[in-house]
Design a protein around this ligand. Structure first.
Ligand code: ATP
Ligand code: ATP
Length: 155
């Protein structure tokens, strides 16, 4: 039955980790913070259709510094030519992070507690040089939708 499938899907959240359901970083639509929000770029962002867009700085997609919520664009005058950086600085939506190996049940709990139902996924960058100062790579993005899908699609 559908009810049984959903129950099984919910139980499987304990065994599955973020990496298995996230959107991989190469498929994540992000914007550089210097993007100018004119009529053309706003139309393009709206056309692409995502509600939340990670914003990166210094041309480095690994360096996500903000989140643009498409709703923030509604009251913007395209002729003001504000940058994405300016709009993000005004709204200051915090970016959440989770590790790639976090169980989905934990991510779901975090989403229930907080306001934003999206997190960037990071992974420890293994390098030979320094063991004391680990760095991180962004490997994807996960939303509540990805977890709900997992619950509903269990076999
Ligand atoms: P909403 O449904 O609230 O309008 P949305 O459609 O933008 O938001 P979600 O419904 O949360 O996004 O997620 C749908 C799918 O899109 C998920 O697989 C999620 O990982 C992916 N996704 C969300 N935002 C982005 C983005 N900026 N770039 C690429 N994929 C994204
Ligand atoms: P709410 O009525 O839920 O308080 P709001 O009207 O204050 O939202 P925003 O805070 O701009 O509007 O949020 C708009 C949408 O973006 C909401 O769906 C919210 O869940 C999402 N959102 C806001 N902040 C974040 C965040 N830090 N991470 C992910 N999603 C976020």
């Amino acid at each position: 039955s559908d009810e049984l499938k959903i129950a099984v899907g919910a139980m499987e959240l304990a065994d599955k980790v973020v990496e298995q359901v996230m959107t991989k970083i190469d498929d994540v639509f992000m914007l550089p913070d210097e993007t100018i929000l004119n009529a053309k770029t706003i139309a393009e962002i709206v056309r692409i259709g995502y509600t939340r867009i990670p914003v990166y700085s210094e041309g480095d997609r690994n360096n996500v510094t903000g989140l643009l919520i498409v709703k923030d664009l509604a009251l913007l005058d395209p002729d003001d030519n504000f940058s994405v950086r300016t709009v993000c600085g005004y709204h200051q939506h915090t970016v959440k992070y989770v590790f790639n190996d976090t169980p989905l049940a934990i991510v779901l709990e975090n989403f229930k507690k907080g306001d934003g139902h999206l997190a960037m996924v990071k992974k420890v960058h293994v390098s030979e040089e320094s063991a004391e100062d680990p760095s991180y790579d962004l490997v994807g993005l996960v939303t509540l939708e990805d977890i709900v899908e997992e619950i509903l699609q269990a076999e």
